[in-house]
Write a protein that binds this ligand. Sequence first.
Ligand code: SF4
Ligand code: SF4
Ligand code: SF4
Length: 396
Amino acid sequence: MSNRVFSVILLPTAECNVACTYCFEHKEPHRLSLGLVPRLTGRLLDHIEHEGIKECEIYWQGGEVMIMGPAWFVEAGQLMDAAAAARGRRFTHYLQTNLISYTPVWNDVLFNMFGGSLGTSMDYPNDHRKLFKGGPAAYTTLWTQRLREAQAAGLQIGVIAVLHQGSLEVGPEAFYRYYTEELGLTSFQVNTPFPGGPAKAVAAEFDLDKVALGEFLGGLFDVWMERGHGRGISLGPFDELIHHFTGVPSRLPCIWKENCSNQFISIDAKGTVAQCDCWVTSYPESFFGNVLRDPNLTDMLSTSPGRRQFVERPKHLVEHEDCLECRFLSICHGGCPVRTYSALGTMLAKDPYCEVYKVIFARAEKYGRALLLSQPGAKAPPPRSGPARLPTAATP
Ligand code: SF4
Ligand code: SF4
Ligand code: SF4
């Protein structure tokens, strides 16, 4: 059986309890019913069985997943895990939540189904995450309170930060201090923004100057190497790049995978299948099919015209872009299709963050070389201190 892992970003609802300005979700009042979970589970198991894959990672997110309630998760998890065990397969569950409705009532399911860890999101400064009643400051206060409660319960928490103009203005040092010192986190990651779907309304705020963004990320890399690397602070995606450049097996984010379509799909509450959460909520023209209606997921993925462009993108890039001459091609593979599509209206071009990526890769290469020279034993992987990260970088 293959060691490959298949990853599914499963959105049981698109509803949300907050109102972020950059949200790309279409917040329809639709929820995945427990009655449909066995059919969905069966289709996933058929597919991984056909591919000879033992493990399927399920990344639960929304909308806001906690809207489904802990009892729904207990039942859905039991249904899925029992069906997988009966076929000699395994689901591993991860949760991405905005934490706003977290209470200790969730702890049992978080420890039993999600291994005691969860992922959430907060930007610094928070200019765009808002409650329905109350602006960003009220959101930050409530989210921080929930974070403290979850930390006190012993949960491992990883935080995604979406960079925006305000982050560049505060600078990398204050940014780093906020997550590590003020919030006391040992695991966070930075995502580059993109205006998917309705978020185009605030596109200008996220159309960051690429030189300034490269300088910010390079500076953040420096601060982390000086204060956090090797000291229990995991900062993605820099940590995985350091692994890569020191010869340690790495798990780079989807944006730099050889082809994200080889490993992920996203499924929404109605069963719609697309590449990842941004595509499934923002770009109906790219849907692959419907897992609740189409009986064979393997056939859907191999015949879907929507998926063909993803599959063919890397070949197109080496033929039509300058990626072939790039020394980082084997790490980057031309970057993320959705970032490209949201900026250029086509995915058949290299990622608009190309120059930013080159800055980060060069930094990682420099630090990786220095580590190898200074520590001949640097091949041992540093301990991972945080929960597994979301497999895609689409989540805002
Ligand atoms: S970005 Fe996430 S948390 Fe914010 S409104 Fe959209 S779905 Fe909700
Ligand atoms: S965020 Fe980009 S690279 Fe990742 S799965 Fe989506 S389209 Fe692919
Ligand atoms: S860094 Fe730029 S040129 Fe190099 S592979 Fe990535 S997108 Fe292509």
